[in-house]
Design a protein around this ligand. Structure first.
Ligand SMILES: Nc1ncnc2c1ncn2[C@@H]1O[C@H](COP(=O)(O)OP(=O)(O)OP(=O)(O)O)[C@@H](O)[C@H]1O
Ligand SMILES: [Mg+2]
Length: 509
């Protein structure tokens, strides 16, 4: 490696145009050896498009890319790998049917006498998994059987396996919580200490101060500022959205009424036990806990996606049949899933169609679909959430990650459900749009609807809930009213009271 130029990567005047959208227009960026350079910007600002130029997924329409001071053309994944660049994309690039080890070494499997050396591949994969702190995952497991956080750790292991000098991470922490984020930060810091350069994209501002050295801010496809990572958060927000945000959690309490959702003694072997709770009209009930505590499993069972063994679910006073999504929807329950890509969207359909997926049945008048009404509603919600798009006809697949999330959320907000279950609602959403989602939650509760909010973002649960339930190891560990719900109180309940002598029970699955 050349020592005269400590600069690993430089991009100058990059421009990229998609049909109907100028995604990038004049972006400058540079990455030094031994630094973490954060990239910050609103949903649709161009972050993923920029890093796709470096991974070889897109080619710039104008501008230059230099690696070690030399201009390069990166035409594909192979070119990137030869230049020592590894990218962890926002949308996972894993093949669900292949094993963890096969995914990590895809196209680079160790061979012996011309055949794939499986024992060695599995052993190498196991070592990488241990390095990223998921030693309990068997390298032979099909990736499709892993939860979303584990998939992310496999992506990270895969990137590490290439021994890249330039590591690009597009929202790696979006699906991780607590422990896993800590592990990831330790890995990133050790790579930095070894002289690697890391491009780190995140919507969590506190991660920038904790991990990064510098920040480049993108706005509407242009690099508008480069500042030290220690820059105060409100200044970063101002640079990013062009205005300041006063109240990050604008919760307005509404009068609470009758319970709209009543869950009693809900159990499924190996997932959750004896879960009891009510969500009242006008209320936001927060559901906190560590990843794997069983929160998503409970939500899926309540909504009828998965069955349960014993217990009852009542909506608006009527008991729901088990494992029946249609009955749950008819009863007025909605669920915005955590895995929105997999469960929430039709990627090759237009934004407008996706927004209408739940409502279409309801906006029919005399058997005819009220298209004008549906169109107007779609336009309104897309506007409120600030979906950055060429128009409502744009395919969801070509929206930025955060804008896809907004479409799923918008679809359910339009559906006018009495009980809305939100699973990690603001994951991947920029700070300005988050506030808008909270305002929409306020409108729901003000109209007498009930909201159950699962979130691993503690400030968010604490800032937006009227009551907080904490789950630990598949059980409700406790309930805290808003005024007593502090980070410490929640964490104490979430971690549980397992004594060192008891068998380790933190893995519910
Ligand atoms: N293949 C494509 N076709 C058309 N438009 C695209 C395509 N890929 C990206 N865009 C558009 O380019 C713009 C920038 O998108 P990009 O994914 O880079 O945003 P981002 O900063 O990564 O946002 P997020 O925080 O939501 O992930 C968006 O308006 C997006 O709709
Ligand atoms: Mg992105």
């Amino acid at each position: 490696m050349s020592t005269s130029t400590p600069e690993l990567l430089r991009m100058e005047g990059l421009r990229k145009v998609f049909p109907g959208v100028v995604a990038l227009d004049g972006v400058d960026f540079d990455l030094r050896r031994g630094e973490v350079h954060a990239l910050l910007g609103e949903n649709g600002a161009g972050k993923s498009t920029l890093i796709k130029m470096v991974s070889g997924a897109h080619r710039p329409d104008a501008g230059r890319i230099l690696v070690d001071g030399r201009e390069v053309r990166i035409h594909g994944a192979q070119d990137a790998e030869e230049l020592g660049i590894a990218t962890i994309h926002q949308e996972f690039n894993l093949v669900p049917a292949l094993s963890v080890a096969e995914n990590i070494f895809l196209g680079r499997q160790p061979r012996r006498l011309g055949l794939i050396d499986r024992p060695r591949m599995n052993a190498d994969a196991a070592a990488l998994l241990a390095r990223v702190g998921v030693e309990d995952v068997d390298p032979r497991t099909p990736v499709g059987e892993l939860g979303i956080a584990r998939m992310q750790m496999v992506e990270i292991a895969k990137a590490l396996s290439t021994r890249a000098r330039i590591l690009v991470m597009d929202e790696p922490t979006a699906v991780l919580t607590g422990d896993e984020v800590d592990k990831l930060f330790r890995i990133v810091r050790s790579l930095r200490a070894d002289g690697a350069g890391i491009v780190f994209i995140t919507h969590h501002l506190e991660e920038i101060a904790a991990l990064a050295d510098r920040v480049t801010i993108l706005r509407d496809g242009s690099s508008v500022a480069r500042v030290p990572a220690a820059t105060p958060q409100d200044e970063l927000v101002r640079l990013m959205v062009g205005r300041s945000i006063e109240h990050q959690y604008p919760r307005r309490q509404a009068p609470t009424g009758a319970p709209l959702l009543r869950v009693r003694g809900l159990s499924r072997h190996g997932a959750f036990q004896d879960v009891d709770f009510d969500v009242h009209a006008g209320e936001v009930l927060g559901l906190a806990g560590l990843v794997g505590a069983g929160r998503t499993e409970v939500a899926r069972a309540v909504f009828g996606i998965d069955p349960y063994d014993t217990g009852t679910v009542e909506a608006l006073g009527r008991q729901l049949p088990r494992h029946d999504i249609n009955a749950a929807m008819k009863a007025g329950i909605g669920l915005i899933p955590e895995d929105r890509k997999g469960q929430g969207l039709v990627l090759d359909a237009a934004i407008e169609e996706n927004l209408g997926l739940v409502t279409l049945g309801r906006s029919s008048r005399f058997g005819f679909v009220d298209r004008a009404g549906a169109h107007e509603a779609a336009r309104r919600i897309a506007g409120r959430l600030g979906v950055r798009m060429a128009g409502l006809h744009q395919h969801v697949a070509t929206l930025s990650g955060g804008n896809q999330q907004k479409v799923v959320i918008g679809k359910w907000l339009l559906a006018d459900t009495r009980v809305l279950i939100l699973d990690e609602p603001t994951r991947g959403i920029d700070v300005g749009a988050k506030v808008e989602i909270y305002e929409l939650v306020n409108e729901l509760t003000a109209a007498g609807h009930a909201v159950l909010m699962i979130s691993s973002d503690l400030p968010e649960v604490l800032g937006m809930s009227d009551r907080v339930l904490v789950m630990s190891q598949g059980r409700i560990a406790g309930e805290l009213p808003a005024h007593r719900a502090t980070q410490d109180a929640v964490m104490t309940l979430a971690i549980g009271t397992t004594t060192p002598n008891e068998p380790e029970a933190s893995h519910v699955h």
